[in-house]
Write a protein that binds this ligand. Structure first.
Ligand SMILES: *Cc1c(COP(=O)(O)O)cnc(C)c1O
Length: 426
């Protein structure tokens, strides 16, 4: 396989004249100017990923709510707000972010199992479209908060369809043993209860079965189960204005072949049409599939360290910047920014953090020397958004590239930024 074939972001992330580019920007120049580790995102790639969903929903009443936990940089949110997207948020902090990025609150939905009363008040005041509620207890608390505020909260109940999304256990959410959603067989009783509460207005139903899903089958299975419930709930006299099928569509990390968003939705819409729900308002909550392959993280090789059992390639990015390998043993392709022509050696690519779990890739064939740049691919989702200050490492800078225009959308976090919020005793 040639290097070019291993690049899932092609043509927006590609080699030109032997050097890796994001759109028209050469990565060595960006690294020289902004330092490493450095996240670089292709705007065109994000827009193209969004366009696949838009094509899939052509002629339908659909709202695409970008799940911002995947990548919540304001500069990224602005792209989706300008493209007309709504947003799926999971905290009051995320609400503040989408509003700061110019989101229309009427297109914001609020998911998550642990909303606080304060967050509920914040979202009611902002006038969001819908709370996706996840438990009976939350329904009663939201009702009380809404009555107290003299408002009505629009709600959708998140159903746990008990479908196996065939993904990593930490990112599967629609099985019985998960903390998410309300069991299928409790749903009708809960809808009846919610519909009787004065502080709530039932508007929809939702499900989200997991993340990095690479097949259509789990979606089709969940869809049938949700529609069975919709029929039962509406027969009980409770109208559901919208149907929300969550996010979760996977991306190509390592030769994965998820369906394209438009192809997936053609299949799902066939079933919706067949069961008479094709003209209902549809909501989706994609995160990873809109941003994941649009981003790379550029890192510098600090040292190569030959060992008895293994060779280590020690780079300046670490688990605090790219937590997915340490958290879920996730795979990211790692490629040289300017490939050499020598012989490749097998390395474990590791960061400077003092944990054996601090690795970015294992057994990678690389021809590298100290000072070389590597690009960790598919780093647009659940990377910077999960970054931490572990080992008092400042969080990386983020660049957005559109054609030959480069924007620093987040400056590198300084040590002053980190120390500012702390104080001594007394
Ligand atoms: C995380 C999440 C999403 C987005 O998942 P992706 O796999 O990134 O598409 C959507 N909805 C809910 C409720 C989530 O928790």
């Amino acid at each position: 396989m040639t290097l070019a074939e291993r690049l899932p972001g092609h043509p927006f992330i590609a080699y030109k004249n032997g050097t890796l580019h994001v759109e028209a920007a050469a990565l060595p120049e960006l690294a020289r100017e902004h330092g490493t580790p450095l996240f670089i995102y292709s705007k065109q790639w994000m827009l193209e990923a969004l366009a696949a969903y838009q094509r899939g929903f052509e002629g339908r009443d659909a709202l695409i709510c970008y799940a911002i936990k995947a990548n919540s940089a304001l500069g990224v949110l602005r792209i989706f707000a300008e493209a007309g997207c709504g947003f799926d948020i999971v905290s009051g902090g995320e609400l503040a972010r989408v509003l700061a990025a110019g989101a229309d609150p009427a297109k914001v939905i609020f998911s998550g199992v642990g909303k606080t009363k304060h967050e509920m008040r914040q979202a009611l005041a902002a006038g969001i479209a819908c709370f996706n509620v996840e438990s009976e207890a939350e329904i009663d608390v939201l009702n009380a908060v809404a009555l107290d505020e003299g408002r009505q909260a629009a709600i959708s109940v998140r159903i746990n369809p008990n479908v196996d999304p065939k993904t990593h256990p930490y990112i599967s959410t629609g099985l019985k043993g998960n903390k998410f959603g309300i069991a299928h067989d409790r749903a009708l009783a809960i809808y009846r209860h919610a519909a009787s509460l004065k502080g709530l207005r039932v508007v929809g139903i939702d499900c989200h079965i997991g993340s990095q899903i690479t097949e259509a089958a789990p979606y089709l299975e969940a869809l049938e189960r949700v529609l069975d419930l919709v029929e039962a709930i509406e027969k009980a006299g409770i109208a559901l204005h919208h149907l929300d099928f969550g996010g979760g569509l996977g991306i190509d990390y390592n030769g994965d072949t998820p369906p394209a968003a438009d192809a997936l939705w053609r299949r799902l819409l066939e079933r919706l049409d067949a069961r008479g729900f094709g003209q209902r308002r549809l909501v989706v909550e994609p995160g990873r599939s809109l941003v994941g392959n649009a981003g790379v993280c550029v890192t510098e090789v600090l040292y190569t360290k030959p060992g008895e059992a293994k060779n280590f390639c020690i780079v300046d990015a670490a688990m605090n910047d790219l937590p997915r390998p340490a958290m879920y043993q996730a795979f990211h392709r790692i490629v040289p920014v300017t490939p050499r022509r020598g012989e490749a050696v097998s390395y474990d690519v590791v960061g400077p953090v003092c944990e054996s779990g601090d690795w970015l890739g294992r057994d990678r064939a690389l021809d590298v020397k100290a000072g070389d740049l590597l690009a960790v691919l598919s780093a647009g989702a659940y990377s910077m958004a999960m970054a931490s200050n572990y080992n008092t490492r400042g969080r990386a800078a983020e660049l957005l590239v559109s054609g030959d225009r480069v924007t620093l959308i987040r400056r590198r976090e300084s040590i002053e930024d980190q120390l500012r919020s702390e104080q001594f005793e007394g």
